[in-house]
Design a protein around this ligand. Structure first.
Ligand code: PHE
Length: 339
């Protein structure tokens, strides 16, 4: 009888099943009330005493083999069912995949890069921690120049030569130092100014600087380029260049776009004038060209600078600049459908 049970153990171990029913039949055959194991257990009292020990061990082994088999087969079948459940029904709605959204600053920055790359501008970058030369002196802002006060600068306390750049114009200096004309480049990036934080201004924000240097570049080229940009970016082609002052450009101007007065929002954002200022521009001062080793007799050029945050706020109706750096997902999620 012991040999017979050992055979049954081998049989149970080798058993395979494809369906719940087959597993159940197997379970009943071995482990059911009238199953083989119960038969053997009731046989126990008739076994000779000297064989009881071994008999007990083999029927327990058989019981364990049968139970393990049932569990293993059930598990296997269940995992197959999960797989089939997912792949058999192709009309089953997909599980939503959580994707992020681009930050509105990146969205607007990329749009600006696209627009200018279409007319041959490349993208250049520079460090946010700058030295005095690239942020000020090379740009015609020598030490003690009163215009330095226009930009409240964060200096590194132990070394006043090192500062956080106050504008991306520092990148145009670097670019001119390392490249000869023709130069057509835009430089987007983060800038820092020691200003009180409010809904309208922050101690860091983003600018994009444009620089074009070649033979015979004129103010008309500047105006055309800006007009092309505002048309592409805002769908507005009417611009106005208001005389202004920047130490690194001569002449200098503020760039205004005619936004119109069609809606109440237009009234609000243009303060009832219809005009909206989007940045500064001008013809690069010959001194700046010379500071950067470009022959100002042979070449001329224009530069402009705009605030990316302001444009993003304008286009996406963001009322508070602080939202752009707080990284609140409820805010960021709203840009999922943007470019
Ligand atoms: N750098 C100037 C600013 O931050 C903007 C500007 C750039 C003006 C280029 C003219 C030319 O205000």
């Amino acid at each position: 009888m012991i040999d017979k049970i050992k055979e049954l153990i081998a049989e149970a171990e080798a058993f395979t099943a494809q369906s719940k029913e087959e597993i159940e039949a197997f379970r009943i055959k071995y482990l059911g009330k009238k199953g083989l194991l119960n038969d053997y257990f009731s046989e126990f009292k008739n076994v000779a005493n000297d064989q009881k020990k071994e008999f007990g061990q083999v029927i327990n082994a058989l019981k364990k083999a049968a139970e393990d088999k049932v569990n293993a087969l059930r598990e296997e079948l269940e995992s197959k069912e999960v797989v089939n459940g997912v792949y058999n029904d192709l009309s089953r709605p997909g599980a939503p995949i959580h994707i992020g959204a681009r930050h509105p600053i990146s969205i607007v920055k990329n749009q600006i890069i696209d627009i200018f790359s279409n007319i041959g501008f490349n993208v250049s970058e520079g460090p946010e921690i700058e030295d005095d030369w690239h942020n000020f002196t090379a740009l015609n802002l020598p030490e003690y120049h009163p215009a330095r006060d226009m930009q409240d600068t964060f200096f590194i306390q132990t070394n006043p030569d090192i500062l956080l750049r106050t504008h991306t114009s520092s990148v145009q200096v670097r670019y001119m130092e390392n490249n000869q004309p023709p130069i057509r480049t835009i430089s987007p990036g983060r800038v820092y100014r020691n200003e009180a934080i409010s809904a309208r201004s922050h101690c860091f924000f983003h600018q994009v600087e444009g620089l074009y240097i070649d033979k015979d570049v004129s103010f008309a080229d500047l105006k055309q380029t800006l007009q092309y940009f505002t048309t592409q970016m805002f769908g507005k082609s009417k611009i106005r260049l208001r005389p202004s002052y920047f130490p690194f450009t001569e002449p200098s101007a503020e760039i205004d776009v005619y936004w119109g007065l069609a809606t109440e929002t237009d009234y609000r954002i243009t303060k009832g004038t219809g005009w909206l200022e989007i940045g500064g521009c001008g013809m690069v001062d010959p001194n700046v060209l010379e500071n950067c080793n470009i022959d100002s007799k042979a070449y001329s050029g224009f530069a402009f600078g705009m605030g990316i945050d302001r444009i993003a706020m304008l286009l996406h109706q963001i009322g508070d600049i602080r939202l752009l750096s707080e990284n609140d997902v409820r805010f960021l999620e709203q840009f999922k459908n943007a470019l």
